[in-house]
Design a protein around this ligand. Structure first.
Ligand code: AMP
Length: 200
């Protein structure tokens, strides 16, 4: 096994709380879950039993892996929480939840999903851009789901709204194994001096 993989003990996955129309997306969530268990990676996720989120968590559990769910009380009370997880952390707010998930994870993956998935992924990316963390962030472009988003990211870069180093921070792969390999080899770009000064 690649030595670097030991670094990725906990990965936070953002993905749809819906299943989507295409059954291949559910299959992609299962494939990711099985691979995480094989590589002894704990899943950190939003704690729901719905959609791709539920399928991913259930696969990891069924394969004998560890799943930590982080869910705000408001969603817990709507009975969407998965009740069979290794650990379920209940937070008082969405913001507290994101902080908890980000703190526990050694890396982040966005799999097919909707607005929640995109919002959470781009938030951790924007933190990486500021140098607030150096953890790998990867898009699981299963079945070409994120192709148009990747084109937009390239356009953002070419139109000068993002530096090349920051574009390269956004790892993209169509298979979970290729994505996890990229994440294991990831080295964050150097943080500009002026940002280091802000955070001392
Ligand atoms: P979406 O992509 O809009 O379905 O939102 C999915 C993302 O938002 C997940 O990564 C979760 O962290 C969060 N989220 C949305 N809905 C739920 C839910 N019912 N239970 C838990 N988390 C959710």
């Amino acid at each position: 096994m690649n030595d670097h993989l030991h670094r990725l003990r906990n990965i936070c996955v953002f993905c749809g709380s819906s299943a989507g129309e295409d059954p291949r997306h559910l299959e992609a969530a299962s494939t990711l879950g099985r691979l995480m268990v094989r590589r002894e990676i704990t899943l950190i996720y939003g704690g729901s039993r719905m959609g791709l989120m539920g399928r991913l968590a259930q696969t990891v559990l069924d394969e004998g892996g560890r799943v930590v769910g982080v869910i705000p009380r408001v969603l817990l009370n709507r009975e969407v929480a998965h009740t069979g997880l290794t650990e379920l952390i209940v937070t008082e707010s969405m913001h507290e939840r994101k902080t908890e998930m980000a703190g526990r994870a050694d890396g982040f993956i966005a799999a097919p999903g909707g607005l929640g998935t995109l919002e959470e992924f781009f938030e951790v990316l924007s933190w990486a851009q500021l140098g607030l963390h150096g953890k790998p962030c990867g898009l699981l472009d299963a079945n070409g789901y994120f192709d148009d988003l990747v084109k937009l990211l390239d356009r953002i870069r070419h139109e000068g709204f993002m530096q090349e180093a920051h574009r390269r921070m956004i790892l993209v792969a169509s298979s979970p194994s290729a994505l996890l390999d990229q994440m294991a080899d990831y080295a964050p770009p150097p943080v500009p001096q002026w940002i280091e000064e802000i955070h001392v």
